[in-house]
Design a binder for this molecule. Structure first.
Ligand SMILES: Cc1cc2nc3c(=O)[nH]c(=O)nc-3n(C[C@H](O)[C@H](O)[C@H](O)COP(=O)(O)O)c2cc1C
Length: 184
């Protein structure tokens, strides 16, 4: 039963484990594992629970190669058995974030984050890909004009090529990012 008072697990471990993975093994993802990753994505919160998104799972080799071309030739993307493409629907989203904005890009970003954290828990790698040509990706995947492509990520087992990166978790300090009571 749902209880807000019971801690369920050490979420910080998954958060610390996740990193951008830019090298993948040629190894498939078991169905149950993929299912858990997608279910985590499905449970992400969205504004007014409108869920204005779809995830396209691309496994076809030729299509993955085309996505590499549309993503500044980031070749590692096609090494993964699956490339997830995050599509967002502006018309179906909450229209009044901050009184000025629609929610679809925020919504799908949270969806991707959920997906990536469960992937880390499953020992799978991901890497948010924001450097892509949206029109090219839309043409490759037959995505309609009113749908936005917000991000892509490869999903697969890491090759381990960059697991020793010293830049991992290099972040601004809390003092640099947290303000108390007001901006100044
Ligand atoms: C919106 C966004 C776009 C990104 N685009 C790319 C990309 O096109 N290619 C890439 O290799 N990494 C990309 N990244 C990954 C970031 O470079 C990475 O998350 C950051 O350097 C921190 O490293 P970490 O993910 O290993 O913690 C992107 C990340 C975000 C959030």
């Amino acid at each position: 039963m749902y209880s807000p008072f019971t801690p369920v697990m050490d979420i910080l471990k998954a958060i610390k484990k996740r990193r951008s993975v830019r090298g993948y093994l040629n190894k498939g993802i078991p169905e149950q594992v993929l299912d858990r990753v997608l279910k985590a994505a499905r449970l992400a919160p969205t504004a007014a629970n409108k869920q204005p998104f779809k995830l396209i799972l691309v496994t076809d080799k030729q299509t993955k190669s085309k996505l590499v071309e549309a993503s500044k030739r980031q070749a590692f993307i096609a090494e993964a058995p699956i490339v997830v493409v995050g599509c967002a629907f502006p018309e179906e989203s909450y229209q009044n974030v901050g009184g000025t904005r629609t929610s679809e890009e925020i919504d799908i970003s949270i969806v991707f984050d959920h997906l990536m954290l469960q992937a880390a828990e499953e020992c799978l790698g991901t890497c948010w890909i924001g450097a892509f040509d949206e029109q090219q990706v839309k043409a490759i995947l037959n995505i309609p004009p009113n749908v936005k492509v917000v991000g892509l990520t490869p999903l697969g087992y890491p090759s381990g090529r960059e697991s020793k990166s010293s830049k991992h978790l290099e972040r601004k300090t809390l003092d640099e990012i947290v303000l108390y009571e007001s901006y100044k």
